[in-house]
Ligand binder design. Structure first.
Ligand SMILES: C[S@@+](CC[C@H](N)C(=O)[O-])C[C@H]1O[C@@H](n2cnc3c(N)ncnc32)[C@H](O)[C@@H]1O
Length: 240
């Protein structure tokens, strides 16, 4: 049995999806992913520094950067971390070449990376939580707490299981049946986007991750977006 949470397995999934990821996520979420990225950025508290530097973890092809740079004009640089070479290549060559002077892309497993302590004014992550299992979420929470400087801020969002929402069965049908079918018929893919659906339904929501961040001493607010179809966290590392 393959471990779908093994870093190399996850890398394979995203390397194979990278060239179609942006279109697929936009169309198949009916534009919601873009709206949720924007809402995630808006949920991040103010940074309070004139020239901010921070991390975009599980950055993909840099989908959140336009929202981030527009909302926080004080950002001078972003270090993006992603394990997928495909996503990296696409991000820097095709999509954001004009922003290259403000972006430093590190191709690495976030959980194995050695980002320096107290080095970030902000940490953001959009749709990068689902490919981790709970033990890895604990590692991620500890990383976020370690790399933020005191007073530094964070926001993260992930597609979630909208428990209790009357239309939940329809949403799950879309994720588990419709998306894999679209991939099979139109993309003739290796069911990689279907794997993204599996990660999403396994994830649940960000409530447990919020607790893990609190356990690391961070001030955390938990957010639900569109009936819980996405959930997120935002907050600050206290200044002691
Ligand atoms: C669903 S995509 C999200 C991309 C982007 N942030 C967005 O808003 O769409 C998840 C990304 O997480 C990356 N990823 C998964 N596990 C990782 C790990 N252990 N270290 C670094 N990146 C990872 C994948 O390569 C993929 O690009």
């Amino acid at each position: 049995m393959e471990d779908i949470y093994d870093a190399q397995y996850v890398k394979g999934v995203f390397d194979r999806c990278s060239d179609r990821y942006l279109t697929f996520s936009l169309l198949c979420s009916f534009g919601f992913t873009e709206r949720w990225r924007r809402q995630c950025v808006a949920a991040m508290p103010h940074m309070g520094v004139p020239s901010a530097h921070g991390y975009d973890l599980m950055a993909g092809t840099g989908e959140v950067w336009p929202h981030l740079l527009k909302h926080f004009q004080s950002i001078s640089s972003i270090t993006a971390v992603d394990i997928s070479s495909g996503m990296h290549r696409l991000a820097m060559q095709r999509l954001h070449a004009h922003r290259a002077h403000r972006i430093n892309f590190v191709e690495d497993d976030v959980l194995a990376s050695e980002l320096p302590s107290d080095s970030a004014d902000f940490v953001i992550s959009t749709f990068g939580l689902k490919t981790f299992k709970p033990a890895q979420h604990v590692q991620l929470a500890s990383l976020v707490a370690r790399v933020l400087r005191p007073g530094g801020v964070f926001a993260m969002i992930e597609a979630s299981d909208p428990k209790g929402w009357p239309l939940r069965p329809l949403y799950l049908f879309h994720l588990k049946v419709v998306l894999p079918m679209i991939e099979r018929i139109f993309l003739r893919g290796a069911q990689d986007f279907a794997m993204i659906g599996t990660y999403s339904t396994n994830f649940g929501d960000a409530a447990e991750f919020a607790e893990m961040l609190r356990g690391q001493g961070l001030d955390v607010t938990f957010h639900r977006f569109f009936f819980g179809c996405a959930t997120g966290v935002s907050g600050r590392k206290p200044v002691h």
